[in-house]
Design a protein around this ligand. Structure first.
Ligand SMILES: Cc1cc2nc3c(=O)[nH]c(=O)nc-3n(C[C@H](O)[C@H](O)[C@H](O)COP(=O)(O)O)c2cc1C
Length: 137
């Protein structure tokens, strides 16, 4: 199996309807292809991790790469894995806005989400993204 992590920039403001549509299609396709992962939106940036069989991940990534809702895609990591870290989500999601306007800080949200990840480099990408792009404001 493979785990792939990339960052990209949205062409337009990332609104809830935009997110809802991306997640609806992603969850349908990923469930069918056995792909799992996590999408984080902050400011106009996306950070996404995809996990699954090599072919399923590369096909999904190729499709995402051709999507003109975002650009400046940079692949940050590509690893062979034996176990999934995000196996419970066809595509999990987090953003800078705390769910329900609660008091949870973006840093705490991200810390909880990446709890299953041991790789320090990978952890660094997530915490760095939270520091740079997720703010309560
Ligand atoms: C930031 C971002 C993340 C996306 N993630 C996924 C994904 O995990 N899986 C997926 O199938 N499509 C994802 N998409 C959508 C694809 O780019 C593409 O629109 C979709 O796969 C087309 O599916 P369809 O041919 O079934 O309509 C994503 C798009 C964006 C902008």
């Amino acid at each position: 199996m493979q785990r792939l992590l990339y960052i990209s920039t949205s062409r337009s403001r990332v609104t809830q309807p935009v997110i809802d549509e991306i997640l609806r299609v992603s969850r349908r396709n990923n469930a069918a292809a056995g792909v799992t992962g996590l999408l984080i939106a902050g400011g106009n940036r996306f950070l996404q991790v995809l996990e699954g069989d090599d072919l399923a991940v590369s096909r999904t990534f190729d499709r995402i790469q051709r999507d003109d809702r975002h650009f400046a895609m940079v692949q940050l990591a590509k690893q062979t894995i034996t176990e999934r870290s995000f196996g419970s989500w066809a595509m999990g999601f987090a953003s800078g806005a705390a769910p329900g306007g609660g008091a949870t800080s973006p840093a705490a949200t991200i810390a909880a989400l990446i709890a299953p990840i041991e790789d320090p480099t990978l952890r660094g990408y997530f915490t760095g993204f939270a520091d740079l792009h997720l703010s309560a404001a």
